[in-house]
Write a protein that binds this ligand. Sequence first.
Ligand code: SRM
Ligand code: SF4
Length: 570
Amino acid sequence: MNEQPNPSFVEGIKARSRQLRGTIAEGLADPLTGAISDDDTQLVKFHGVYQQDDRDLRNERREQRLEPAWQFMVRARVPGGICTAAQWLAFDAIACTHANGTLRLTTRQAFQLHGVLKRDLKPAIAAINGALLDTLAACGDVNRNAMCSVLPLVRSVHADAIDLTRRLSAHLLPRTGAYHEIWLDGAKLVDTREDEEPIYGQVYLPRKFKIAVAVPPDNDVDAWSQDLAFIAVAAHGRIVGYDVLAGGGMGMSHGDPATWPRVADTLGHIPADAAIAVAEAVVTTQRDHGDRSNRKHARLKYTIEDMGLDAFRAEVERRARITFAPAREPTIRDNADPLGWRTDDSGVHHYGLYVPSGRIVDTGAWRALSGLRTIAARGLAEFRLTANQNLMLADVPAERRDELAVLLDTYGLAAPVSKLRQLALACVGLPTCGLAMAESERYAPEFLTRVESLVAKHALGDAAIGIRLTGCPNGCARPYLAEIALVGKAPGRYNLYVGGTPDGRRLTVPLRDNLTEPQILETLDALFARYAAERHAGEAFGAYVRRVGIVPAITDGREFAAEVVRLTSG
Ligand code: SRM
Ligand code: SF4
């Protein structure tokens, strides 16, 4: 591995950690504070845990001279988002016993628990493991939860895709015994062994790493936003190969033109049995060539920019002992979730349930927590968490389809919702996210209501316009692929981007900076008026704003960054 000058502070913490042990166990046992040490806050991420404080209470606690209201977010790893009804019930119980009584489905097909107190961390994580899931590598500088398209329209193809997703997840899992020692009171392994992490080594990756497997025509996993993506190519009901993409990523920082979102490049096509070797080769290339001094420049997208695509591809070929063939480019329809009733090629029924911002909670007529508890308890479906924060209730027995439909109705889960709302994503944001600059999940419902009014005003019907909202530029709801994106800049202020396309393959373009809600709605009002008058039949909003030149036709991240500079200095 390359030794690099000036490694970042996190590199030092990882190197000293004895493979992710640090002083986490001691910190958990300290009753004098609800927090853990600063170094350990970096290490617990690898165990799926983030230290947070309730930001709604920050000022009040400061005035009372109390330490912040420390609490933890726990993220489980759920490869492909698949969990059984029994696992769903387990998470429900853990959320109600050890967290804030809600479950959060994430944009990476995982569960998050919020508001977990330090004393509840070990029991919560033990209970998750008791349900045969875990939190290892749900966060941290390693491969994160591996994603997979959810709807098994051709069951045998989907089974192949899930199989690869699970193998990728298992192959790239850290091997350290720290997780079992700390959370499950496992036997202590005598200090660090050099060979403990054959893929990651002692300092793991320079930064987080993300993989998805897409089954065309669905791009519900937003393959072009991933560090590494496998697009399935099927023949006669089996996956025979994959188009491989690398170097996608969403994160950027306001005011830093050296950071930008990026859509992935195509490396080429491989036979299906080469996928694991290619994944390991991409990961180890990033391990050895990624930037370890500047974490804002450490994702694979920048490694590829710095190495050049051809050199990167050649290095992956050398390590994986393969040669990429030309990509097959199967047809991609869109990056939306298939919602409502669907039937696969074996005649099995599935129901795609819309979940506003992925939050499973009972509130007013929407009683998702109770309703899904009943559905799980009756064993009516398998639960598949989608990459768009929704839920696929899969494999519903034909004779029980009506029973499920009645329950969805009873618990207020089947109320009709506009396409605009179905497509919308909002990241968690305030009050738990320490990086949020503006509201996101809590603001999305009222903002969408106002946009729905504009859609009605311009007689756009049930317009399928994809809107994504984040509380900061890190891009957790993949806003830079949306047709319309709001990215938080300050309380009540957002940057406005337009021009992503429904297939999820084009970056949005910065349109206006630092807007208040009235300014955003005024801008959208004018755009919708033009769109209503000038669009071609079936033309998506994002494609329209590009065609008529409302925004320039930028294609890559550097152009995106240049456009941000032009906009903010103009
Ligand atoms: Fe994210 C950091 C929430 C998907 C890019 N993300 C965070 C943290 C942990 C804040 C922090 O570091 O303190 C947020 C916790 C909020 C909270 O209170 O729960 C957070 N990210 C989320 C979730 C829960 C959003 C959601 O509403 O669903 C998603 C959890 C996914 C999962 O299950 O693993 C989530 N985050 C994403 C995605 C989308 C994806 O992976 O497909 C991205 C953009 C893709 C990418 O990585 O390029 C994303 N999150 C980030 C970044 C920027 C990374 C970068 O390259 O700059 C950060 C900040 C960081 O890493 O420094 C971040
Ligand atoms: Fe937090 Fe920003 Fe991610 Fe939203 S986009 S969850 S505000 S880090």
